[in-house]
Design a binder for this molecule. Structure first.
Ligand SMILES: Cc1cc2nc3c(=O)[nH]c(=O)nc-3n(C[C@H](O)[C@H](O)[C@H](O)COP(=O)(O)O)c2cc1C
Length: 219
């Protein structure tokens, strides 16, 4: 729901972050002291996407061509009528929107501002979470992402009422640095940070977490 159209990702344009990627001077310099990357780049088939027929495109323009800015609750009603299984709406940013999609048949809400890469200055999911939990009641599953970079972030999300905290870029950093092993390492780090955070809070299970375990404001 946060991607009615592509955000203006100026850095992507500047860095040649297109599909397939274009090499800018900065990329070449960045990669110049990583011979293994060059070897892989030069010897591996370039990435292609079945959904892209015109070859090269900036990520934002791909999104713009694939998404429909007129998306509305009528479309949600239509999807609900077609799909008898679980229906989760992703990109919810406020308690009011969460209530609205539940009233239109969603089974769960997914709070996300797309990691801050769509709208500038969007609501922050973690800060909206207590109000969303209060608005939807105890039984509706809430999934949350955007800016989860440590196990302590995951604990904060669970404590404030989320059932799941997701990671987007965090696992990709591990993937880029070390492939599958890098992703395993990311999961190890997050798990260890969760364990230590629970111990420091004096809580023996995530089930015992509550809003009393988190202070969000610095004041
Ligand atoms: C490479 C990449 C591709 C993504 N593609 C999609 C997508 O196709 N649909 C979507 O809803 N979100 C997409 N996202 C957003 C993530 O699902 C997620 O909301 C976001 O990355 C969470 O923030 P974080 O990166 O701070 O963890 C993508 C994120 C990344 C990094």
């Amino acid at each position: 729901m946060d991607t009615a159209t592509g955000g203006l990702r100026h850095r992507d344009t500047r860095d040649g972050m297109t599909i397939p990627p274009t090499l800018t001077l900065k990329t070449v310099l960045d990669a110049s002291y990583r011979p293994r990357w060059w070897f892989d780049f030069l010897t591996t088939e370039p990435l292609t996407f079945a959904t892209l027929t015109d070859g090269t495109a900036a990520t934002a323009s791909v999104i713009a061509s694939m998404f429909d800015p007129t998306l509305s609750l009528d479309d949600l009603d239509w999807i609900r009528a077609q799909w008898p299984g679980s229906l989760v709406v992703k990109g919810i940013q406020t308690a009011e929107d969460a209530r609205m999609v539940l009233d239109h048949g969603a089974d769960a809400v997914y709070l996300s501002n797309h990691g801050g890469r769509q709208l500038d200055r969007p609501p922050v999911p973690l800060r909206e979470l207590p109000a969303v939990r209060a608005a939807v009641g105890p039984d509706v599953p809430i999934i949350l992402d955007s800016g989860i970079t440590s196990g302590a972030d995951i604990i904060a999300a669970l404590a404030l009422g989320a059932d799941f905290a997701m990671i987007g870029r965090s696992y990709l950093y591990g993937l880029m640095a070390g492939g599958e092993r890098g992703v395993d390492r990311v999961l190890e780090i997050l798990t260890r940070e969760m364990d230590v955070t629970l111990q420091l809070l004096g809580v023996s299970s995530v089930r015992d977490l509550g809003p009393q375990h988190v202070r969000l404001d610095r004041a």
